[in-house]
Design a protein around this ligand. Structure first.
Ligand code: GLC
Length: 576
């Protein structure tokens, strides 16, 4: 709970929301899973694509679906077995697609439904699964439902949203994550009422209490499931249920923030209904963004016998690195605690970055030229050797780094822009704010994919919507493809190792050296098989002593030419 609160606090204070080898679909029939129920979605490696930034083919500086189609062979070459696409639906893009105006249409910038159909066929031909982002805590204010709802109190769509008639006075305060004043109620003069938006004002919250609305959402899910997609990631779903009497909350919520906003009564009923109506009727997996406010709630979302969702996507891990650094012992403690909680039941996602975070190597590793490659390889070794389904974020397979923005005008993200306005109105030290934003901003993780050293890194023939990182001349697919020791080729070796060794998927995880401040060491064990993972999270050479080193002597993977018993800066070794 504390971490999720921290995510919100970061969102509120900084204006940033910090809040299925070579395409083979793994077969579950023959797999030994050490007591865990085997499932295809536990064995996949997910590659997350931010479509706006992946590959532009029509020369408008914005990525598109044809761009992803063009790069399918590359995606297959990574050894990943599923792709999660950030939202690709029609949207005015107040929040880059997380504000949907038509759930059954493709965003014009990204292409057409025919492009989508070809993309899905291309993925399935390569045995790559497709996971769609489902944004149904809120819609866009340009969705026809909202357009109708706001036009009259008698609209049949009025109750699809949350309204407060102004003749009752101002509604009790609710926080908005993306609003420049932090106020989630927006006055709308047409019907003399306020509407609720936990995110930006262009993202009105949907009213899940209304069975009509829920039926519409299930129809939308069926539409995509019928097309053949393989899974759904439920965006911000923890906020969907609300006490619609809108009682007063305590003034200073601080650490208790999530207690009042997330996982409110009714949410599990909605999820069970969604499962019965849609999820259980198709071969689809489901992943919950967020994982409740505590372990009990995390289990209530994903334990198989509860028939709600499949996989939790918890923020405790990804929230650890702060501006100013983090302690490795905290990382070990958090990842180990989550693993222990889910050892017998439920299933986790493992990730170190996504589209709401700055770049993995800049936050968790060392992005200075001397250590960038080694530390990026180390982080990918971690990601792909933990228990849980790994989610690799586009560009992290190259070791892409944060971009260096220093003026607020450089940023595109609504969370950054409105966060800046809010901080200004609070009289905060704006130099300090910008320095922190430079490190934490979501835009860091959204710069164009670096394909080559040609103009705009081969992403587009036109100036991209967000600038390309200056280091594209050396950090790019073409250069890394040609270098056997690159971050990219190490990533491929690591996915192959995981795909070939079920011990890395299902094996028990045991933390070694819990108090060591530089080395993260653990074993994975499945029956007779065991692997030892040694990760030096520091820029110094470190010597370690472990009894396991006597038996496990064969090097399965190493980001340095040799392993002599001591660990070089950011060295990552897997022994078997
Ligand atoms: C989720 C998304 C984030 C988006 C927000 C509102 O947290 O990951 O990108 O801004 O929901 O939809």
């Amino acid at each position: 709970m504390k971490r999720i609160c921290a995510r919100f606090a970061a969102g509120l204070l900084l204006g940033v929301l910090t809040a299925c080898t070579s395409g083979q679909t793994p077969s579950t029939a023959t797999v030994s899973a050490g007591g865990v129920e085997p499932e295809w979605w536990k064995e996949i490696i997910v590659y997350q694509i931010y479509p706006r930034s992946f590959q532009d083919t029509d020369g408008d500086g914005v990525g598109d679906l044809n761009g992803i189609i063009e790069r399918l062979d590359y995606i297959e070459s990574l050894g990943v077995s599923a792709v999660w696409l950030n939202p690709i639906y029609a949207s005015p893009n107040d929040d880059n697609g997380y504000d949907v105006s038509d759930y059954r249409d493709i965003m014009a910038d990204f292409g057409t439904m025919a492009d989508f159909d070809r993309l899905l066929v291309g993925m399935h031909e390569r045995d790559i699964k497709l996971i769609m982002d489902i944004v149904v805590n809120h819609s866009s204010d340009e969705h026809p439902w909202f357009q109708s709802a706001r036009s009259s109190r008698d609209s049949p769509y009025r109750d699809y949203y949350h309204w407060w008639p102004a003749e009752r006075g101002k509604p009790n305060h609710r926080y908005s994550l993306f609003d420049s004043e932090g106020d989630a109620w927006k006055y709308d003069s047409t019907t003399n009422s306020y509407y609720l938006h936990y995110f930006a004002e262009g993202q009105p919250d949907l009213n899940w209490e209304n069975p009509e609305l829920r039926r519409e959402v299930y129809d939308i899910l069926r539409f995509w499931a019928e097309k053949g997609v393989d899974g759904f990631r439920l965006d911000a779903f923890q906020f969907a249920a609300k006490d619609t009497t809108f009682p007063k909350f305590p003034d200073d919520l601080d650490e208790n923030f999530m207690q009042y906003y997330a996982m409110q009564d009714g949410l599990h009923d909605y999820l069970r209904e969604m499962n019965a109506e849609v999820l259980s009727r198709y071969e689809v997996m489901s992943v919950a963004e967020g994982a409740g406010r505590n372990f009990r709630e995390a289990h209530e979302l994903v334990d198989a016998d509860r028939n709600e969702l499949d996989m939790a996507y918890a923020f405790d891990g990804v929230d650890i690195p702060k501006y100013g650094g983090y302690a490795l012992t905290t990382m070990k403690e958090v990842f180990s605690r989550w693993d222990a909680e889910f050892a017998e039941k439920g299933w986790l996602s493992i990730f170190l970055s996504n589209h709401d975070q700055a770049r993995m190597v800049s936050r968790w590793g060392n992005d200075r030229p001397a250590y960038r490659a080694a530390s990026a390889k180390l982080l990918n070794t971690f990601l792909l050797s933990m228990r849980g389904t790994p989610y690799a974020y586009y560009g992290d397979e190259l070791g892409m780094t944060n971009i260096d923005f220093d003026a607020i005008e450089d940023y595109q993200d609504i969370a950054a822009i409105n966060g800046y306005k809010r901080a200004q109105s609070q009289g905060r030290d704006m130099d300090q704010f910008l320095e922190e934003l430079n490190f934490t901003s979501r835009d860091n993780g959204r710069t164009p994919m670096q394909w080559s050293d040609s103009t705009y890194a081969g992403f587009s023939s036109a100036a991209p919507w967000l600038p390309v990182n200056d280091n594209f001349e050396s950090v790019n697919v073409r250069a890394e493809d040609a270098d056997p020791e690159s971050v990219l080729n190490h990533f491929r070796r690591m996915t192959a190792l995981r795909n070939e060794n079920k011990v890395l998927v299902y094996g028990d995880y045991e933390l070694l050296l819990p108090d060591h401040e530089q080395v993260y060491a653990y074993t994975r064990t499945l029956g007779e098989e065991q692997m030892l993972v040694l990760l030096n999270f520091s820029s110094e050479t470190v010597t370690i002593e472990l009894p396991q080193l006597e038996q496990l002597t064969e090097v399965a993977i190493n980001n340095y030419p040799a392993f002599t018993g001591e660990l070089a800066p950011w060295q990552a070794v897997v022994l078997q």
